[in-house]
Design a protein around this ligand. Structure first.
Ligand SMILES: N[C@@H](CCC(=O)N[C@@H](CS)C(=O)NCC(=O)O)C(=O)O
Length: 206
């Protein structure tokens, strides 16, 4: 399998972490999203949407969208609850992540940390929306160890990807103690499962 992605993108790292946890062999193809590498004819022939991450499976089929790739790679594993309600709750978080978390927190990280946009030029709605997302996570994680109860699921991996770097977007995580404790738990689970690049933040693209 080939995984096209940027090492500094939470969306891309989600797929890498799951491939590593599942012990699936893969070739990582680094794509620099800021220098137009997602817009070349060659890349668009792989993903017409012009985005990473992209998985090209061993049989040549392509799959895009980080959460879809994670779901495919983790199919049948403990990262996807067998219980129908728990599985649906995991999907609830995954859809929410793409609509209410990533578009605020990842975007603010991108503009502020990577593009060096001064705070006063950033859309104030990004801060409000991001804090609302963090508050929602805090409420859940004050009650349960992971987002869907007692065990790690893809929902945690999806939301870990950008929450761990929310401070780079100007979100003070000090007021979210349950989120902080959960970040450590998820990082520990990922490391124990053999995932790499769990720490730190890269320097090129979100
Ligand atoms: N919803 C998509 C978002 C993908 C996305 O925004 N990818 C960014 C990097 S994080 C990208 O490829 N940007 C380059 C571009 O749009 O040209 C996912 O979860 O995979």
């Amino acid at each position: 399998m080939k995984l096209y992605g940027s090492s500094n993108s939470g969306n891309c790292l989600k797929t890498r972490w799951v491939a590593e946890l599942m012990e699936l062999p893969f070739e990582w193809i680094e794509i620099d999203t800021f220098s137009g590498e997602t817009r070349t004819a060659e890349f668009l022939s792989i993903n017409p949407a012009g985005q990473v991450p992209v998985a090209v499976l061993n049989d040549g089929r392509m799959l895009a969208q980080s959460n879809a790739i994670m779901l495919h790679l983790a199919d049948g594993s403990a990262l996807v609850p067998r219980d129908a309600y728990d599985r649906a709750k995991m999907f609830e978080w995954l859809f929410w992540e793409q609509y209410s978390h990533e578009p605020a927190i990842a975007v603010r990280i991108a503009r502020r940390h990577f593009l060096k946009t001064p705070d006063e030029q950033l859309d104030p709605a990004l801060l409000t929306k991001g804090h609302a997302a963090l508050a929602r996570m805090e409420k859940q994680l004050a009650e349960t160890h992971f987002l869907v109860g007692a065990a790690l699921t893809l929902a945690d991996i999806a939301l870990f990807a950008y929450t761990r770097n929310a401070h780079l977007g100007g979100y003070d995580l000090a007021s979210y103690p349950a989120v902080n404790a959960w970040l450590s738990r998820v990082a520990g689970e990922l490391r124990r499962g053999g995932a790499t690049t769990v720490e730190g933040m890269g320097t090129t693209t979100p």
